[in-house]
Design a protein around this ligand. Structure first.
Ligand code: HEM
Length: 404
């Protein structure tokens, strides 16, 4: 993934794209938490990395000092964004107060528990049809052939755009959040495709409003008596695709990997369905996929670290979620863990707006699989591959099971 020299000192020179770190970041997070809880690197544009729960949460709440105007973990190729798309950001995740308040309010209703419940049956049908496609083979790729196929289609339904272009959407999302983090040209190309696509969709909804899709609702909404600007609607559509897709497939994929490698947990979930609510939270905690960035708004000092205006801070929610000060036996997955104030969905004003939908998708994907394929295991642990950087999860996870 990277041709950078290997890391010799993680406290002063960490590399979040280091292949071994991507495969298993937890020992490094543990060491940093103990020895240098706010690490620094000059790599990839330079950044700070808080790893303790308390620090990650404190920084997430200090929105005056740590701005969300850029949330990617490597610098944006700014010049290349010039032109028609320059104004298009990703509100509300890229908004600071006061804009953040109304930008979030605009989308919250569609993510309320009652509102997302209507996607449950469609998600279950989708999972069943994916399983129909491979159950007779006795093998499948639980990441590429299952997890990755689900969220993109659920979001397409929510946005009222067809699912026939799901593969294209997936490649655009990876272009922004995965490949694009270290390849600015790929990032710009993916962004241009996403924005171009939604520009067409918005023009279509202006001409042909629909009953209940998010784009039509945003076009009808007002802020301070004015219609919501088009660049804002474009940015929010962009966010829905980028934030709702590989975050969720990574959580589903990591959970599938866990169940494939932990038969006792798999069997417990089948035998004790009451465990689902705590099990979902525990899988989210243990395998939190998302790390977001902040930009330091003005010179400051945090825990003795001199942070300068424009410095990037990586919000290591996955590291916070394994902090032994907050979670007993943090590296163990305990399906009935009772105290679990995890920050897989972030903390503070930017806490994930889509968390109800994400939980629903994760639960339905795992339940449907276990209903039909209760016994499965990795085909060969060496063929599992992981992607990391901004969103960590398996990209290939071949499993075998008794053919159905
Ligand atoms: C397991 C899956 C998911 C995880 C782990 C996750 C994680 C996160 C995290 C950590 C944040 C906070 C970012 C920050 O502090 O900068 C966030 C924000 C957000 N997420 Fe998610 N997310 C997931 C799924 C989704 C889905 C399915 C959607 C919607 C389609 C979504 C929409 C959003 C939005 C709109 C925000 C911005 C909220 C704001 O700034 O007010 N997410 N997510």
């Amino acid at each position: 993934m990277t041709t950078n020299p290997p890391v010799t000192d993680w406290a002063t020179d960490y590399d979040i794209f280091d292949p071994e770190f991507v495969r298993d970041p937890y020992p490094t997070y543990d060491e940093l938490r103990r020895e240098c809880p706010v690490a620094h690197t000059d790599r990839w544009g330079g950044s700070w990395l808080p790893t303790r729960y308390e620090d990650v949460v404190a920084i997430a709440h200090d929105v005056d000092t740590y701005s969300s105007r850029e949330i990617l973990v490597t610098p944006s190729p700014t010049a290349a964004y010039a032109g028609a798309n320059q104004q298009v950001k990703a509100p509300p995740i890229s908004s600071d107060p006061p804009e953040h308040r109304w930008a979030r309010r605009l989308i919250l209703p569609i993510f309320a528990p009652g509102a997302v419940a209507k996607y449950e049956q469609g998600t279950r049908d989708l999972c069943n049809s994916l399983i129909d496609g491979f159950i007779a083979d006795g093998r499948a790729d639980a990441a590429a052939g299952y997890a990755q196929q689900i969220p993109v289609r659920v979001i397409a339904a929510m946005l009222g755009v067809g699912t026939e272009r799901a593969d294209e959407f997936t490649s655009w999302v990876r272009g922004v959040l995965e490949v694009g983090l270290t390849d600015p040209e790929a990032r710009v190309a993916a962004r241009t495709n996403i924005i171009g696509f939604f520009r067409e969709q918005i023009a279509d909804r202006r001409a042909n409003p629909r009953d209940d899709d998010l784009i039509t609702e945003m076009l009808a909404a007002e802020v301070d008596g004015e219609p919501v600007p088009e660049h804002h609607i474009l940015g929010t559509c962009n966010l829905m695709l980028v934030a709702g897709v590989d975050t969720t497939w990574s959580a589903i994929g990591s959970s599938m990997w866990h169940l494939a490698t932990h038969p006792e947990d798999r069997r417990r979930l089948v035998a004790e369905p009451d465990l689902w609510p705590t099990a979902i939270e525990e899988l989210l905690r243990a395998y939190s996929p998302v790390t977001m960035a902040r930009i330091v708004d003005h010179d400051t000092e945090y825990a003795g670290c001199p942070m300068h205006e424009g410095d990037r801070v990586l919000m290591a929610f996955p590291a916070a979620n394994r902090d032994p000060e907050v979670f007993e036996n943090p590296d163990d997955v305990i399906l009935d863990r009772q105290h679990n104030r995890h920050v897989a969905f972030g903390s503070g004003i930017h806490r994930c707006a889509g968390s109800n939908l994400a939980r629903l998708e994760l639960r339905v994907a795992l339940q449907t699989w276990l209903d039909r394929i209760p016994e499965f295991e990795l085909e060969d642990p060496d063929t599992v591959t992981w992607a990391g950087g901004q969103v960590r999860g398996p990209r290939a996870c071949p499993v075998v099971f008794p053919a159905g």
